[in-house]
Design a protein around this ligand. Structure first.
Ligand SMILES: Nc1nc2c(c(=O)[nH]1)N[C@H]1C(S)=C(S)[C@@H](COP(=O)(O)O)O[C@H]1N2
Ligand SMILES: [Mo]
Length: 400
């Protein structure tokens, strides 16, 4: 029971990324829903919105979010380094657990699958920079639309069980997770994230399966960290080692990227950077409309069923409100039964018949069990990294 104390409920994870690096420079702003599906083939992926092919930066198109689970071959992809190891032999793959542990471990995939309890969790994986392109004025980083997210059923073993097997030494406080890929230039740091022991709970798993299949290569085959309720920037993919330390190590991806102002509104002005900053951790409440999209063909007097997904950090979604008149009046959508659990997408639907032709503006606003709700886009608080955008989702579509 002692160790339970380590795994207190609050998850605080860092975020990462974008703010900086080589890959993000030079991205241009494109309006949401008007991006290119590139003709580059990526292994195990159907065509996705492509920001870069090296490293792969692939976004899921909006229409996929009519489903409560995101298919593996349409799941978004984000890597920081251009070189991702390609020769991964599952039979010889091991992760090491070292540092302030009583017994150093080298665990094979086979050991993970047979010597530990197997657990499953359905959870949303969302980049902290998802929907960044909606920030006004433009915020730095990849100009993601709303598809830098997905929801999958993850299977693996509890991180806690693995750490227990190694046995933590008295001063253990931080856990570093290192991905297998290395940087192309020696100035570029490896992708390592650190979490404090107190940020971890029993829901945190080392996952080798996603929606009943091996993890796709680009989503971190053969093993990744899954931290339900938190932004995915710390869900380290293609895990190579777990290192336990007593002190926080200063690392690029912890200290520079994936941070927001450490003030009440987590906001700042484009003119001035607020200090200090803090890592982005728990996800805020959000919804995305999957149908209709701006490209949908909708006929007057036809039965239209608006569909989409809503989620938060695990409090759970209570309600999704829909407006078909640009936010003047609102009505409740029907929600799915919620049986996928509190970290999963809650799918919603709302039927209506457009009575006249012309443009209509459809909006979705999710409200969670502690009555947090999505703000109107005009009330969104701005930050330099363009993190945590959760404005009321809006789709304008032409009725013919
Ligand atoms: N090893 C490794 N893990 C990583 C990253 C990375 O660059 N390398 N990027 C992180 C970020 S910023 C995000 S948003 C998610 C993306 O996960 P996905 O590609 O499976 O969608 O992986 C995280 N884990
Ligand atoms: Mo990310």
């Amino acid at each position: 029971m002692e160790r339970r104390k380590f795994f207190k409920k609050a998850l605080v994870v860092g975020a990462a990324a974008a703010g900086s690096t080589l890959l993000e420079a030079g991205t241009t702003r494109q309006p949401i829903d008007n991006r290119k599906i590139a003709n580059v083939a990526f292994p195990q992926k159907r065509p996705l919105i492509t920001y870069s092919d090296r490293p792969p930066l692939l976004e899921t198109p909006r229409e996929v979010f009519t489903n409560a689970l995101t298919p593996n071959d349409q799941f978004f992809v984000r890597w920081h380094m251009p070189d991702i190891p390609t020769k991964l032999d599952p039979d010889n793959y091991t992760i090491s657990v070292n540092g302030l542990v009583k017994k150093e471990l080298k665990i094979s995939l086979g050991d993970l699958k047979t010597k530990f309890e197997q657990v499953e969790v359905t959870a949303v994986l969302q980049c902290g920079g998802n929907s960044r392109s909606a920030f006004q004025p433009i915020a730095g980083g990849i100009q993601w639309g709303s598809g830098a997210m997905g929801c999958a059923k993850w299977k693996g073993v509890r991180l806690r069980d693995v750490l227990d097997e190694a046995g933590l030494k008295k001063d253990a406080a931080w856990i570093g997770f290192n991905g297998k890929e290395t940087a192309a230039y020696y100035e570029t740091p490896n992708f390592i994230r650190e979490l404090h022991l107190e940020e971890l709970d029993d829901h945190v798993i080392l996952a080798y399966e996603m929606n009943g299949e091996d993890l796709p290569y680009l989503n971190g085959y053969p093993l990744r960290l899954v931290i339900p309720g938190t932004y995915s920037d710390s869900w380290v993919k293609m895990l190579s080692n777990i290192t336990v330390t007593d002190k926080y190590k200063h690392l690029f991806f912890m200290d520079v990227a994936y941070r927001v102002p450490d003030n009440e509104c987590e906001c700042e002005t484009p003119q001035k950077h607020f200090q200090p900053t803090k890592p982005i951790t728990k996800m805020n409440v959000k919804s995305v409309i999957g149908y209709p999209t701006p490209h949908s063909v909708i006929n007057k007097n036809s039965e239209v069923v608006i569909r989409g997904v809503a989620f938060d950090d695990g409090h759970g979604i209570k309600k999704v409100m829909i407006s078909i008149d640009g936010g003047q009046t609102w009505d409740s959508a029907l929600l799915d039964d919620g049986s996928a659990g509190r970290y999963a997408y809650r799918a919603f639907r709302y039927g209506f018949k457009p009575a006249k032709s012309g443009k209509i503006t459809i909006m979705a606003k999710a409200i969670n069990r502690i009555n947090e709700e999505q703000p109107f886009a005009k009330d969104i608080k701005w930050n330099h990294g363009g993190y945590k955008y959760n404005g009321i989702d809006t789709v304008t579509v032409e009725v013919l």
